[in-house]
Design a protein around this ligand. Structure first.
Ligand SMILES: [Zn+2]
Ligand SMILES: [Zn+2]
Length: 165
């Protein structure tokens, strides 16, 4: 892919990667491969390809703790997990990227007045909340003793149960 060179030159920015000028050519190239699909599906598929490329070529851009908005496409995420090292990652509902966030700060307003409670029956599920902005998010604690080891894609089903989404 010609445009994928753009990724190696990309620097940290507040703008989602998908909106940076350097990546535009790459996105057009990817989108052209899905031209038989409808527009919203093309956007989603394109962003998914971009997220994969970023993970392969610029994992560093996903590893620096950020806020609750996807560094690839800008979507907010209410779902994440604590990995075996205790790092907190959010998962993008649009492009599938995962990126690191601060453990104590609210991913939406940076307040440190956050709380969490464990599910009574499944203590590996944490429900987080922020008293300042009122956001809630769900985090799967993969290092909790009772964590059953399910595929990460299935975490979305857990989120549905809590958020009624
Ligand atoms: Zn995304
Ligand atoms: Zn907040």
């Amino acid at each position: 892919m010609r445009g994928s060179d753009a990724l190696s030159k990309l620097r940290y920015d507040d703008v989602p990667i998908a909106e940076s000028v350097a990546v535009k050519e790459l996105l057009e190239e990817v989108a052209s491969k899905f031209s038989e699909l409808d527009e919203s599906l093309v956007r989603r598929k394109t962003l998914q390809v971009l997220a994969k490329l970023v993970k392969e070529r610029r994992p560093d851009m996903l590893e620096v703790p950020r806020d609750g908005f996807c560094p690839v496409c800008g979507s907010p995420s209410p779902l994440g997990y604590l990995d075996s090292n205790g790092a907190l990652w959010l998962m993008c509902p649009m492009c599938g990227a995962t990126w690191r966030v601060h453990r104590v700060k609210c991913p939406y307003c940076s307040s440190e007045e956050t709380w969490f409670k464990r599910d009574l029956f499944a203590p590996w599920i944490r429900v987080y909340g922020c008293d300042k902005c009122g956001h809630n998010w769900i985090v799967v604690d993969e290092k909790e003793e009772s964590y059953p080891g399910i595929p990460r894609e299935a975490y979305w089903l857990i989120l549905k149960r809590y958020m009624g989404a």
